[in-house]
Design a protein around this ligand. Structure first.
Ligand code: SIN
Length: 497
């Protein structure tokens, strides 16, 4: 493999490389032990950094700091907070190459995708800067002539933001940007696999002027359960936002019940990607590649079940396979690579198990199907196409989260809607058709939170992101994203003489 070996030494702005947690404005180690964990490059398994394995005691301290800081932060004006968010966004753009390199090294996605994510992540900061000043209340017509009623919105308090490893910057800014814009203070818990990108964001946020205690960051890999439990059960935390699996989302919700926290849960998906006979083939292939291969198939809205109408099934399978054959696989830092490694070893094992299961239930692997050979120790999987998919297969029920495309054949619109909705989660869905009426009908019928029509990506800071059923609840981004961190207060005034 011609890997142009890049390391964290190639990061120019060394300030971004703090290998510690952040509590009350201090970059710190674990307070009760010398425990650490390593962050590794999934393309090579080389060690990138050693970070403190922080625990529930550190987490409680971080919450205390955020609780204390909230007393003054909540009194800042929306304009002041918006200025800091804009500065933070500008700093992301100024440091785009360094931030992208850090992300590629710890997550594996290509440099081009990582740069795209830096810009996408920064867009949430700009967006929430505009939204901060739009948290309007109401003047309510009273039934009682001696009363006047107004409502206003206030920050809910300390927000715990638990971010996943697949979008190490954008999921931080989408949650924490909203929380800070609303006037909340925050405790960040980035994934143990990808904490370096979040740390770099905290450094830039501090530089942008966010005061001590408004941002606290816990680094943890093996202590994640105790850190999560502390965040859920600590009564000083009033809001918890989590992106991750449905299993963990349910556990966090149970743990939050004792303190009745406000929750946003963006959980697993199993997106249907539906191609009708009338689709433009070029649009369908391009959208399928993006929806499936972005981040090597590791997005919550990835096209997990690709349904193709019978009239174009064979041609679609042929053209998609031809296109996939041209996609270069390799380390994300390498020139021209389109498909990087998966982020950890369990991901490769799970994908191989799904492929094997599909074969046993009658699927034909027409391309790929194995772990990549000759790529060193990294977590690489061959981009894979399977035809003849059916509902007995594991992939029908579970996200594969890998560059594996399974093609299901269908005949009618009614049939495909039923197949698509026969699923206990509902995050994203895609419809590829030139028939406008059909795109409306199918978009309305799909039991999901977001639908893409003739495109392969659902990401835009101004559009609400979130799901239904087992994909959770709450919305991030859009005008709804800020409301998740606000409470509406009503004031009733006696005006009797
Ligand atoms: C996700 O996979 O959870 C996020 C994808 C996106 O924001 O585009």
């Amino acid at each position: 493999m011609a890997n142009q070996k890049k390391t964290l030494d190639d990061v120019k702005n060394k300030k971004l490389l703090k290998h510690k947690g952040l509590i009350n404005g201090e970059w710190v180690d674990c307070s009760s032990s010398k425990s650490t964990f390593d962050v590794v490059d999934p393309a090579t398994l080389d060690k990138l950094a050693t970070l403190p394995e922080m625990d529930k005691h550190d987490t409680a301290k971080a919450v205390d700091a955020a609780h204390e800081a909230f007393k003054t932060w909540k009194k800042t004006t929306a304009r002041q907070r918006a200025r800091m968010l804009r500065k933070w966004s500008d700093l992301c753009h100024e440091n785009v190459d360094d931030l992208a390199l850090i992300m590629t090294l710890e997550n594996g996605k290509t440099l081009a995708e990582a740069k795209g994510e830096v810009v996408y992540g920064a867009s949430f900061l700009e967006w929430f800067a505009t939204q901060a000043e739009m948290t309007h209340g109401q003047v309510v017509p009273p039934a009682n002539p001696n009363q006047r009623i107004v409502t206003f919105k206030q920050a809910i308090g300390v927000a715990a933001c638990l971010a996943p490893w697949n979008f190490p910057i954008a999921m931080i800014t989408r949650k924490c940007g909203a929380a800070l814009a609303a006037g909340c203070t925050t405790v960040w818990k980035p994934a143990g696999e990808t904490p370096l990108s979040a740390i770099a964001q905290a450094v830039l946020a501090e530089e942008a002027g966010f005061p001590k205690g408004s941002i606290n960051l816990i680094t943890s890999l093996t202590t994640v359960a105790e850190v999560g439990e502390e965040l859920c059960k600590n009564p000083k935390v009033h809001k918890l936002s989590f992106t991750g699996s449905t299993r963990v989302g349910k556990l966090l919700m149970q743990q939050c019940s004792s303190t009745l926290k406000k929750l946003s849960l963006e959980l697993g998906g199993n997106s249907p990607f539906i191609v009708f006979n009338d689709a433009k083939m070029g649009t369908a292939i391009e959208a399928a590649i993006l929806a499936k291969f972005r981040n090597s198939g590791q997005t919550c809205v990835t096209a997990n079940r690709v349904f193709v109408q019978s009239g174009i099934y064979d041609e679609f399978a042929k053209q998609l396979t031809e296109k996939i054959k041209t996609l270069k696989v390799g380390a994300g830092t390498e020139e021209g690579v389109f498909v990087g490694p998966l982020t950890h070893d369990r991901a490769v094992e799970k994908a191989l198990a799904h492929i094997e299961d599909a074969k046993q239930h009658g699927g034909q692997v027409v391309y790929g199907g194995k772990a990549m050979e000759g790529m060193g120790k990294g977590y690489f999987l061959q981009p894979t196409v399977i035809t003849g998919m059916n509902t007995k297969m594991l992939t029908t029920r579970e996200e594969t989260f890998a560059p594996v495309v399974g093609l299901y054949k269908f005949e009618t619109e009614e049939e495909v809607i039923e197949l698509a909705n026969d699923c206990d989660v509902g995050l994203g869905g895609f419809v590829i058709t030139e028939n406008m009426a059909r795109s409306w009908r199918v978009a309305e019928a799909l039991e999901v939170g977001m639908v893409g029509v003739n495109l392969g990506m659902l990401s835009a800071c101004e559009s609400p992101f979130g799901g239904v059923k087992g994909s959770g609840f709450g919305r991030e981004g859009g005008t709804q994203g800020l409301d998740e961190y606000l409470v509406t207060k009503a004031m009733l005034i006696n005006v009797a003489n």
